[in-house]
Structure formats: C-alpha cells, structure tokens
Write a protein that binds this ligand. Structure first.
Ligand code: ADP
Length: 399
C-alpha cells in the first residue's frame, strides 16, 4: 500500500512516498522556490540517486502536479500510475482546539482548518493549498491531516493557560498549544517499544532539538506539557528564536527602538537565539567550529545558555510528572551533537539522569541507549521521523 506524505510550506513542498507494507521510502524530494525565479524539483530515488528538474512552478497546484508527474514517470517514477497511491497524508501546522488527533479530510474538516488560519497565518494557508490541489487533481483520493499541535491537546488547563485576562482566551484562543507534536509522539513511542516498556504507564521527556526546539513531558501516553506556546517562539533557546523572555523586554524595546509589530516579531523569531547571541550562525556546526578554532567567547556563552535552558525544563518536567523513566534526544542537534547531550545531562545524577559519556561520544543519528546501566532514567537518542508518523496515521484511516 503506497502513501504519499506532503509537507507544503509557503514556497516549498516536501514529499515522501512510502510503501507501507514494509515502511520503505520509495522516493522523496522537495519542490523549492514556488512562485519565485529559479523554482525546481529535487527528487531523491530509493537508490540514493538525485535528479533536479528546473521549471516554472508558479503555485502549489503546479508544484503538486509536477511531483505527481515525476513520481509516476517511466524514467524516474516509483509508481506505474497514480492509482497505485492509496492515500495522501498532509502535515498541518495548527489545529487549534479543533483537532486533537489526525483526521480524514472532508469539506467540513477543511472549513474547520480554515478557522485555524488566524492562529498560524504563515503556515496553515500553504498546508490548505496542498489539500486543495490534491482534491482538484485527484478528486477521489483519500486525504488525511496530521497536526503539529494535536498531540499536545491533552495538556491540562493549568499547563496551557497564560496568566492574562481569561476573556482574551475566550476571544482569541490565546493559550499554549505546543508544536512538533508529531515528532514528540513518534520518538516517545519508539523509545518505549525499543525499551520494551508500556507507553501508557511511562513518564517520558522528549527533547526535539533542531533549528526550532521544544521539549515535552509525556505521562501515561499523553502530552502533559511542552515548551512551545501560543507560537513556536516560547521555551528553549533556538537557532534564531529567543525562547522564554520577559515580556517587559518586548514592550521596552518596541518603545526604545521604535519597533513595529512585524519588526519586533522578526527580531525575536529570526534574529535572536544562537544567531543573535553570537552574531555568527544559528547552526551548531558553525558555532562548534568558532569555539574549536577561535575559542569564541560568545559561542561558549550561547552553548552554556542553551544547555542550561534545556536542563531547567528537564527538571521542571520531572517535577510535573513526579518522576521520569526515559529522556529522549532527537532533531538535528539532539541526534548529532554529542557535546550538547553531555552539556545538558552533566550534574543531573542526583535527579536520576546518568549519561555514559564515553558511549554518548560514539552515537550520532542512530537509535541508541546512552545512559549508564545504573541510571534511574534511561537516556536515549531516537532519530525523528515525522513523515513516517504521518504515513502511519494516514494508513490507519485506510484500515
Ligand atoms: P529543522 O528544525 O529545520 O528540521 P533539524 O532538525 O534538521 O532542523 O536540525 C538542524 C540543526 O541541527 C542544524 O542547525 C545544526 O545546528 C544541527 N546539526 C545537524 N547536524 C549536526 C551535526 N553533525 N553536529 C551538530 N549539529 C548538527
């Protein structure tokens, strides 16, 4: 059974075709620069060969037509014809309070998704364009929406409310939603299945550390807290986002620097975090180099801040769940950056987190247990696979 997974961004479409009989990726790729000069489609075949197709890709519908054409082409395709595709799963960023799990897409569901646009004005519209395009091109195709926010809809009210007038929650839905839900769900489940423990009676902390970063507390199979909030800017220090910040700083800077709403948003989302602190890069590899080659003081400071912030959240979530059985690292940084995992887990033995530093230093981007046998908490690396999770959810509607 073949399932196509689509992740439509404002100017890009990422795609992966799965054969769900054995969960293999038959083909994957990305359409970039939609509506801009120089748009192209990059295809990565199952054997690893890459092919680039240049063309004028004016909108998402043309982009998806292009993807479907390539996937079913004689020369580069992985299906003989489009009827072989059983369903399409879409990543959708924001489901607000309307969606607490993945859904089969109907006209009614699309209308509800449109009501969530206000909460994610940059992300939800391209997600919807992808759904609309498939409906136009393949009207009978089964489509499923998988939301970044849905997994965190189980947070208790005391965890998701902000201390602002309740009327603003009622009027605008201002509350904490959390993101990266598909990733937190995938790695937490995978960790339990690898450890052979029951997901529904475990306490798990998952650290998704990529360009964007968030941490989640998952108790008895449901998310009970997460660090991103109304928007993805809250919580951990990130590549370019500030994370937790005294809102007094926002109003102070808006006044002092005469910042408008958009400029302020850009400052805290795109020019802050590791990039803003160091002035060098948001990429951990560049920052590591700046320490190794130049002993850069600002990079050293930024790393310490990064570790400290994650450590504080781990402590908080251990308290929130009255314990922790498993700590999972994932995302580009969590999977690859050995020193980051070591920095976060150092001096956490009292709390039960005892990392095997030697073992840790050998693990990159593979499923592995990193804690000492005596560690109360199992510490793991699990490479995330949001696309597979979307394909699995989509498959569940076919069964
Ligand atoms: P996104 O949030 O865009 O999906 P990723 O999860 O791919 O991001 O993570 C990207 C980040 O992972 C990069 O910015 C980089 O800092 C980090 N990263 C990737 N590979 C390595 C590596 N080998 N060592 C250290 N950091 C890495």
């Amino acid at each position: 059974m073949k399932i196509l997974v689509l992740n439509c961004g404002s100017s890009s479409i990422k795609f992966q075709m799965f054969d769900m009989t054995d969960q293999t990726v038959l083909s994957k790729g990305v359409v970039e620069k939609i509506g801009l000069n120089g748009s192209f489609l990059k295809l990565v075949k199952q054997n690893g060969d890459e092919v680039i197709f240049e063309g004028e890709i004016l909108d998402h519908k043309i982009g998806i037509e292009y993807v479907l054409g390539v996937l079913s082409s004689k020369k580069h395709g992985c299906v003989a014809n489009l009827n072989e595709i059983s369903a399409v799963g879409h990543r959708v960023v924001h489901g607000g309070e309307k969606f607490n799990s993945s859904v089969l897409i109907t006209d009614e569901v699309v209308a509800k998704m449109e009501e969530c646009i206000d909460l994610a004005p940059l992300h939800n519209p391209p997600n919807l364009k992808g759904i609309e395009a498939i409906k136009e091109i393949l009207p009978n195709m089964i489509q499923v929406g998988v939301f970044d926010t849905a997994f965190h809809q189980t947070m208790p009210k005391y965890a998701y409310m902000y201390g602002i007038p309740y009327s603003l929650y009622q009027k605008y839905g201002i509350r904490r939603y959390g993101f990266h839900g598909t990733s937190h769900r995938y790695v937490s489940r995978k960790a339990c299945s690898l450890l052979g423990i029951d997901y529904n009676s475990s306490k798990i902390i998952t650290c998704h550390l990529g360009n964007g970063a968030s941490i989640a507390a998952i108790k008895n199979g449901v998310s009970v807290d997460t660090s991103m909030g109304f928007t993805p800017v809250e919580g951990l220090l990130m590549g370019t986002r500030a994370g937790d910040l005294d809102i007094g700083v926002v109003t102070y800077l808006m006044e002092k620097e005469k910042l408008g709403v958009e400029t302020a948003s850009t400052l805290f989302n795109k020019h802050s975090g590791m990039l803003g602190l160091t002035g060098i890069s948001s990429d951990f590899r560049d920052l590591r180099k700046s320490v190794a080659e130049d002993n850069n003081e600002l990079s050293k400071m930024a790393f310490e801040m990064y570790f400290y912030r994650v450590k504080k959240y781990i402590g908080a979530y251990t308290a929130a769940m009255n314990g922790c059985d498993v700590l999972v690292f994932t995302g580009g940084i969590g999977e690859n950056d050995v020193m980051c995992r070591q920095g976060i887990c150092s001096e956490m033995e009292w709390l039960g987190f005892d990392l095997d530093n030697e073992l840790n230093s050998t693990i990159r981007a593979e499923e592995a247990l990193l804690s000492k046998p005596t560690s109360k908490v199992k510490i793991m690396v699990i490479p995330t696979n949001e696309e597979l999770m979307i394909a699995e959810d989509t498959l569940s509607f076919l069964q």
